[in-house]
Design a protein around this ligand. Sequence first.
Ligand code: GRG
Length: 287
Amino acid sequence: MTSQMRIEDYINSKKNVIERTLEEIIPPKNGFLSKIYNAMRYTLFSGGKRIRPILSLATYETITGKNPDIIAPIAASVELIHTYSLIHDDLPAMDNDSIRRGKPSNHIVFGEGMAILAGDGLLTEAFRIIAEKVIDLGFPPRIGLDITKILAEKAGAEGMVGGQSMDIERNVFSKTKETLDELAYRKTAALIECSVLIGGILSQASQKEMDLLSIYGRNIGIAFQIIDDIHDHPEENNDLTYPKILGLEEAKKEAEKLTITAKKAVSIFGKNNLLSQIGDYLLNRVN
Ligand code: GRG
């Protein structure tokens, strides 16, 4: 990022890099596999903000000072996982949503069986692309293993899947901020934290830097969920959200507080660095 560049322009330019990369990773196919690829591509190219892979790129750039576009296929693996989670989240057995990003959900267009497989296909492809690209790009194999481990942990039962399980049985838990923080961390922030940590692993960051990146990722991740809650989804009828538990004003203040903590953690990388600017950008986002 050049010093004159606005953060919005940086995010837009990296979004384009991720779009091109995803197009290469999951191309359309003819013949027997055309349906499953169409189903995967339908949600993958339905207007996501690509914020998770952009965070991996920005972390790599912040730490190494290098152009991060080279690591885009590895960064994009997190977007594949995110997309799978949205497809499965919309299924009748989960949130039962027929609209996603203003369009019919995957299972409405392709049927439940194909939507389950589209999610499974994207999830599995994420790990294949990491294994392939870490070696192709000349990184030490150990880096591939570290990324695989962190992604499995943060997307799995300790992270996003665990968060979704808490969401399914949310009526069992007390409706407190503690419950909400735990839910938001696992369901949303774990994958955001993971995106940042992948950038750190590829930069061969020190343990101290990784710890600070983790604090940054967790805090912007929970703030991201609070802002998502504030954007109000009336169709969801969910009483375990930050505005419902804290009130709108307190929820906003909480997101601001978390963003300040996140920015403090990454202040070792310089004043007003890329990650710090992205923290503010996400806090003030309108969609
Ligand atoms: C394991 C069967 C199975 C399902 C997993 C974990 C899961 C289902 C779903 C969770 C997905 C979810 C709705 C998480 C909440 C996080 C959130 C705010 C998502 C929206 O992210 P954005 O704003 O979305 O980045 P875009 O549309 O920009 O990609």
